[in-house]
Ligand binder design. Structure first.
Ligand code: DHB
Ligand code: FE
Length: 288
C-alpha cells in the first residue's frame, strides 16, 4: 500500500531559481537563505520517496485569465519547465506518475473534490524552485512528481478549510493505492509577501512564526483564518499559504517537526521552510 511518509513546505521565490541556475548560492545575500536547506538536502538524500505530490500555484504562466481552475491535478507522464518570459529554467523535465495521479483523480472526485485534470502543462517556478532547493542541480530529478495547482492568483481562492480537507482526502486517496509507494506531500509558496501596490515589500515575521506553530499544533483552527486576515497579516501574495494546509491535512493528526527555517528577506518574501513527519512515519532526524 502507498503511504504518506513526510510533508514539506517551502517558499518558491523565482530569484532563488535564478541564484541556483547562475551559480550565486554562495553570495553573501543568498548564503543564509540556502544554508537553511542543507539539513533538508541531507534528509532528502537519505529518505528518497517514490513520488512527491507537489502542491503549488501557477502564476498566470500556463493557466491564463481565460481558464482559472481552483484545483488542477497533473495526470501526465512528464511536465516541461515553463518559459516565464526569460526562457525556461535549465532544469530537467519533471517526470510524472500518471497511474497514481489517475487513482488520486478517481478517489478525490468520488470523495466530492471536483478537480480539474490536466494532461499537458508546463510548470513554473512554483514547482521547479522547490525541487532545486531540495535536490540541487541533478541530471534527472530523483523523484516522480504529481503537480496539484491551486488558484491563489485570481479572486476567489479556495478557503484554508477547503484546502485542509482536500489534504485529508489526499491522505485517504494515497492510502488506498495498492502499490507499495513512499509518497511525500509538499506545499509551496509564502510566507508573508506583497509584490504590488502601496504595501509592496510588506513582511510580517510575527504572523509567519505563529503560522508555523499553528500549522503544526492546531491546523483545524488555523484553517478558519479568513482571506481578509491573510491579506492584512501576510500581504496580497501571502495567500499562497493556504496551500500549506493541504500538506498538513495529508499528514493526519499529530506530526513531528523535523526541520524549520525562516529568513528575511529572499527577494521580496519571507523565506519559510518546514519538514514534518506524520505520527505513523516518525522520521529519523538523527541520521540527517
Ligand atoms: C516573489 C515571490 C513569489 O512567491 C513569486 O511567485 C514571485 C516573486 C518574490 O519574492 O520576488
Ligand atoms: Fe509565488
Amino acid at each position: 500500500m502507498a503511504r504518506v511518509t513526510a510533508g514539506l513546505t517551502t517558499s518558491h521565490i523565482p530569484a532563488i531559481g535564478a541564484a541556483v541556475d547562475l551559480g550565486k548560492t554562495g553570495e553573501p545575500y543568498w548564503q543564509p537563505v540556502f544554508a537553511g536547506y542543507e539539513w533538508t538536502k541531507a534528509w532528502a538524500a537519505a529518505e528518497p520517496p517514490d513520488v512527491v505530490i507537489l502542491i503549488y500555484n501557477d502564476h498566470m504562466t500556463s493557466f491564463t485569465p481565460q481558464i482559472v481552475p481552483t484545483f488542477a491535478l497533473g495526470c501526465a507522464d512528464e511536465f516541461a519547465p515553463a518559459d516565464e518570459g526569460y526562457g525556461a529554467r535549465p532544469v530537467p523535465v519533471v517526470p510524472g506518475h500518471a497511474d497514481l495521479a489517475t487513482h488520486l483523480a478517481q478517489s478525490l472526485i468520488l470523495d466530492e473534490f471536483d478537480l480539474t485534470l490536466f494532461f499537458e502543462l508546463d510548470v513554473d517556478h512554483g514547482l521547479t524552485v522547490p525541487l532545486s532547493l531540495v535536490y540541487g542541480q541533478p541530471e534527472q530529478w530523483p523523484v516522480r512528481v504529481i503537480p496539484l495547482a491551486v488558484n491563489v492568483v485570481n479572486y476567489p481562492p479556495p478557503t484554508g478549510n477547503r484546502c485542509y480537507r482536500l489534504g485529508q482526502a489526499i491522505r485517504r486517496a494515497v492510502h488506498s493505492y495498492s502499490e507499495d509507494l513512499s509518497v511525500q506531500v509538499w506545499s509551496t509558496g509564502g510566507m508573508s509577501h506583497q509584490l504590488q501596490g502601496p504595501r509592496a515589500g510588506f513582511i510580517n515575521s510575527k504572523f509567519d512564526n505563529e503560522f508555523f506553530d499553528r500549522l503544526i499544533a492546531d491546523p483545524a483552527d488555523l484553517a478558519r483564518l479568513s482571506h481578509i486576515e491573510y491579506l492584512r497579516e501576510a500581504g496580497s501574495e501571502g495567500i499562497e499559504l493556504v496551500d500549506w494546509l493541504i500538506m498538513r491535512g495529508a499528514l493526519g493528526g499529530s506530526v513531528t517537526e523535523l526541520h524549520r527555517h525562516y529568513h528575511v528577506p529572499g527577494s521580496n518574501t519571507a523565506v519559510g521552510h518546514l519538514v514534518l513527519a506524520p505520527a505513523d512515519f516518525p522520521g529519523r532526524p538523527e541520521e540527517a
